[in-house]
Ligand binder design. Structure first.
Ligand SMILES: [Zn+2]
Length: 1006
């Protein structure tokens, strides 16, 4: 809510939709009182309103850099706030902001302020009230911050106020990191807020509705439910409409008669946000087949000034879209069926070209058409939304069973993905002996139900989602659970470990340990295996889910959990905080690897999770699917190409919507996103017969992804180093694989020329395998700290001599390193001067740092004090480059990543320091672009090869030369966007030149 309550009341009285100028709120007290009297009986809280003054903090002024109106995530709003905004201050300043209000009556008041707690950070603000040029109140709020929460809270102080104008002034009392003030409430109702905290909805703009059901001419009741379209989302069930009101248990409402006015104020938001209010009509207990209904919606429970809507719809659910502030946003009020009709008219209006064969559906292009059965039951609406999805090029929708499948087929969509998740009850106690039965029963029943509802549905399904963003197990649970701790001991026995390995006499003394209890070698060993078992036990639940899904839904239906990227890259620890991707792949706990395209890098990081997934699934050659967040029209084509070129075969464009049915459904409202999506799906369709069976080229460069490091280090420095090492390599078109310790132990290094080892901790077996591989001719690139500790975090000297380190000691500042969140504020601690064969340049030092000993090695770089910062050492037939700092952290820092924009600040010289080893080792590039940061890869299929190009430079390129090294003979090269290209040949190498705006594909035809 952004208007003061008094202004809104006036607005209601006038029934005017024009806005009232600010400052027009004097002399409105009597008006407010009048309204309160008039509406007594329908608005129980009216006396409270008339005894109170409610003010949005963001209406204070003057706003400036010091005090500003803050909104949404950027200003820490993770919970609903009144008016969907706060008054934001970043912790200091001497400016004050003020607002004058009218106090209704003289007497004792409570002065409440709602603000965000902002954890334990220091800092407080004051509120001063002046009347008749006298300060009558001056109190400090948020002087005792407590706990880690950031949610809104109310705090109050007593005051004695006179009737009449009062000026409220907010100021910073003790500077801190920030203040976020939501709203203020002055009330003479001293009991209010005592038992339960105040609710700003009690003072929010009000919304009422009523209906008149016309046809069929039968008495009706309707169950009224609401959904606030925002994250976090809120669902409410208000009960059934009756002749005596909402949820009152009265009689049905006769046809042709108005229902009583029903209040919605508590379940809608308080500003522009829409609430979806859906009415499920019943007559005689049965759903009505169709509904001809009139609605009136108003900000008072009265006909005058009401908005009237007419619905004529198949199905028993009618849905209204209602803005939180009806007076301010009357145009947003509409029927969902009208909104849907507009979607299809807009999409038809785009005059999209038909999708050219080849089809069908080699590459799955999925989206979700949400809400059918919950927010609407109209086949007409479903068909319209599905028509839009189909026009945008989607060839698969979620959960097509029965009517859904029929309607989708009429719109040309004939494939589906299911959401038959593993029963969540199996996860808290992963070793519960009842789990196999529980999971099997679930899939037996799920399959029976689907077959009963639609015998053909399972034949058009190709994947089943097992879970969304699963976490990992809980060591506290395992320690206390007889089933889980016994399974832990069984697991240790299978690893051929004994109680003596953990300093115990007997298995009964062995149980899982947490990190803080790992204080000596035996306990460190036990902690390491505790984490491994914890992850193994969760993986087993998913493996069981895959087996049961395959057995009962069909073994041709792939299974996948959606791994959150938080677990991969963002928050506390990486794999340590989520499922172990490599373990899932190795054990085939799912048959499809899946994640999302957001990381704490920018959109240019899309390829990273795809290549990690592909590598993790490599033992079983598992396919890869990705969610691509689809509201950003500028980066969507780039991200789509990036996902495809690294091997993704299923793309889920997340998410169509419609927006009123699902808060992440933003595509339905964005024509730019729709145009971008429609264009890119048509491009993929043209290449489908090549892409569907295409393989990524074998990589000659691998990067370590070692869980031992994450088990012990639990910082983000190496995660950031790893993904920006990857980024630097792909910016120069080197295909990259990731190897975990198990793959290295199995000898997988033998296929690579260069290995980037970034992790500090690794298994002794993996270290030995690395040493053998280097001696045999490999090029090992390592950064500060890498390779110096074993899986139990004990000192490891297997690689010490190779790495030219002076000692096993490394400086590791404890702090955050994430690209977008932490690096911008991080000042480099030193500067390294690099020289050939790295690259003659200077690079900032951040994060880990160590002392190096040249011995027989060549110095490639020095710190500011002249000591060596990078060395190159020859070992047998191979060589080792050791950085005594983190070069990829520097690459990320200086680029300044952004969440939604294409980041263009990457520095060529910093990248060349990272990629020097690949150049020195003559690593092959199947595609090489003349301009760095044009991401490219060459996929090979039985029908020919295709090179995908994604231009991340932020500039259209007039002339790009692409050098191709196909593994098969090529007759012609054709660009998707430029047509046939003239190719120059040098032996097997082809060279073409073309302009490149954003993306393109080059077809290499035999
Ligand atoms: Zn258990």
């Amino acid at each position: 809510m952004t208007l003061a309550t008094t202004e809104l009341i006036l607005e209601r009285l006038l029934c005017a939709r024009r806005s009232i100028p600010k400052g027009a709120n004097t002399m409105l007290v009597h008006v407010a009182f009048l309204i309160a009297v008039l509406t007594t009986g329908v608005a129980a809280e009216a006396p409270l309103r008339s005894a109170s003054v409610f003010v949005e903090a963001e209406e204070f002024g003057p706003l400036s850099q010091v005090w500003r109106a803050g909104a949404r995530w950027a200003d820490d709003i993770y919970s609903p706030t009144s008016g969907d905004a706060v008054l934001a201050n970043d912790g200091g300043g001497t400016d004050e902001v003020a607002k004058t209000v009218e106090v209704p009556t003289a007497g004792a008041y409570n002065v409440w302020v709602r603000y965000l707690r902002i954890g334990e950070y220091k800092g407080s603000f004051g509120l001063r009230i002046a009347q008749n040029e006298q300060t009558v109140f001056n109190e400090k709020y948020r002087t005792r911050p407590k706990g880690a929460g950031w949610e809104p809270t109310w705090e109050k102080f007593p005051a004695t106020l006179q009737a009449g104008p009062a000026t409220l002034t907010l100021y910073i009392d003790e500077p801190g990191i920030r203040q976020r003030i939501d709203c203020l409430l002055l009330t003479s109702r001293l009991d209010y807020g005592e038992k339960t905290p105040p609710d700003y909805h009690d003072f929010a703009p009000q919304v009422f509705f009523r209906y008149q059901f016309h046809e069929p001419a039968v008495p009706t009741t309707a169950e009224v439910q609401s959904y606030v379209r925002r994250g976090p989302v809120y669902y409410h069930n208000l009960g059934w409409t009756t002749q005596t009101g909402l949820g009152t248990g009265g009689d049905p409402i006769p046809a042709g008669e108005w229902s009583p006015w029903c209040a919605l104020t508590k379940v809608v938001d308080t500003d522009k946000f829409l609430a979806t209010v859906h009415l499920h009509f019943r007559s005689g207990g049965e759903p009505v087949a169709e509904a001809k209904v009139d609605f009136q919606v108003n900000s008072v429970a009265a006909e005058a000034g009401a908005h009237t809507l007419h619905e004529d719809l198949d199905g028993d659910i009618v849905t209204l879209l209602i803005p939180g502030n009806l007076a301010r946003y009357p145009d947003l009020l509409e029927l969902a069926s009208t909104n849907t009709r507009r979607h299809v008219e807009n999409a038809r209006g785009l005059k999209l070209p038909p999708i050219k064969a080849p089809r069908p559906e080699g590459i799955k292009l999925e989206t979700q058409i949400c809400g059918f059965g919950g927010m609407y039951n109209s086949k007409r609406m479903l068909a319209e939304e599905m028509e839009v999805g189909s026009l945008l090029g989607a060839n698969s929708f979620a959960d097509l069973v029965g009517v859904n499948r029929q309607v989708a087929a009429e719109q040309g969509v004939r494939r589906t993905f299911l959401n038959q998740w593993i029963p969540y009850q199996a996860l808290p106690c992963p070793c519960n002996p009842g789990n196999p039965r529980l999971i099997e029963d679930f899939y037996v029943k799920a399959a029976e139900k689907i077959r009963r509802d639609d015998p053909d549905a399972l034949t058009v399904a190709y994947r089943n989602k097992l879970y969304d963003e699963p976490g990992t197990g809980n060591l506290d649970h395992i320690a206390q659970c007889a089933n889980c701790s016994s399974a832990f001991r069984e697991y240790l026995r299978r690893q051929e470990l004994t109680p003596q390995d953990f300093g115990k006499q007997d298995w009964t003394e062995v149980n899982v340990l947490k990190r803080d209890a790992a204080t000596d070698p035996p306990s460190r060993r036990l902690y390491y295996w505790s984490v491994q078992f914890r992850d193994e036990s969760v993986m087993r639940v998913f493996k069981l889910g895959t087996e049961m899904s395959e057995k009962h839904l069909g073994d041709g239906i792939l299974t996948n959990a959606n791994f959150t990227n938080g677990g991969l890259s963002d928050w506390a620890g990486g794999l340590i905080d989520g499922p172990d991707w490599f373990l899932f792949g190795r054990e085939r706990a799912q048959s499809l690897m899946w994640s999302e395209d957001w990381t704490s890098m920018g959109p240019e990081g899309t390829g990273y999770p795809v290549d990690v997934l592909r590598s993790a699934g490599s033992p079983h050659n598992l396919p890869v699917g990705m969610y691509l967040i689809s509201y950003n029209a500028e980066t969507l084509p780039l991200r789509t190409y990036s996902a495809l070129m690294h091997g993704a075969k299923i793309l889920n464009f997340y998410c169509y919507g419609p927006w009123y049915a699902f808060c992440d459904g933003s595509v339905s409202e964005s024509l730019p996103a729709q145009k971008a999506l429609a264009a890119v799906t048509r491009e993929v369709a043209r290449a489908e017969d090549l892409l569907r069976d295409a393989n990524t080229p074998p990589a000659q460069v691998a990067v370590s992804f070692f869980k031992s490091h994450e088990i012990w280090q639990q910082d983000t420095a190496i995660q950031v180093e790893r993904r920006n090492t990857y980024l630097a390599l792909t910016h120069e078109n080197y295909p990259v694989d990731f190897l975990d310790e198990a793959l290295v132990e199995k000898g997988k290094l033998s296929g690579y020329r260069v290995f980037y080892l970034v992790d500090s901790d690794l298994s002794r077996k993996a270290a030995a395998a690395i040493k053998t591989w280097v001696t045999g001719g490999g090029t090992l690139v390592t950064c500060a700290g890498a390779g110096l500790r074993d899986e139990y975090d004990e000192e490891l000297d297997t690689l010490k001599d190779l790495l030219s380190v002076a000692s096993l000691e490394v400086t590791k500042p404890k702090r955050g390193y994430r690209e977008r969140y932490d690096l911008p504020a991080y000042q480099p601690t030193d500067t390294v001067t690099c020289s050939a064969p790295l690259e003659a340049c200077q690079v900032p030092v951040m994060g880990y740092r160590e002392a190096l000993t040249p011995a027989a090695a060549t110095v490639l770089a020095t710190f500011a004090d002249g000591k060596p910062a990078a060395l190159r050492n020859t070992v047998g037939k191979g060589s080792v480059i050791r950085f005594g700092f983190l070069p990829a952290l520097a690459y990320a820092k200086d680029a300044g990543p952004s969440a939604t924009q294409v980041v263009t600040g990457y520095l060529d010289h910093e990248r060349r320091v990272i990629t020097a080893a690949a150049r020195l080792a003559n690593v092959a590039r199947p595609v090489e672009c003349s301009v760095p940061r044009v991401e490219a890869n060459l996929l090979t299929s039985p029908k020919g090869a295709v090179a995908l190009l994604a231009n991340w430079t932020g500039q259209p390129l007039e002339k790009l030369t692409v050098t191709l090294q196909p593994s098969q003979p090529v007759k012609t090269v054709e660009s998707l966007k430029q047509g046939k290209l003239k190719a120059t040949r040098r032996g097997k190498v082809l060279e073409v030149t073309l302009p490149l705006a954003t993306t393109d594909m080059l077809f290499l035809k035999p």
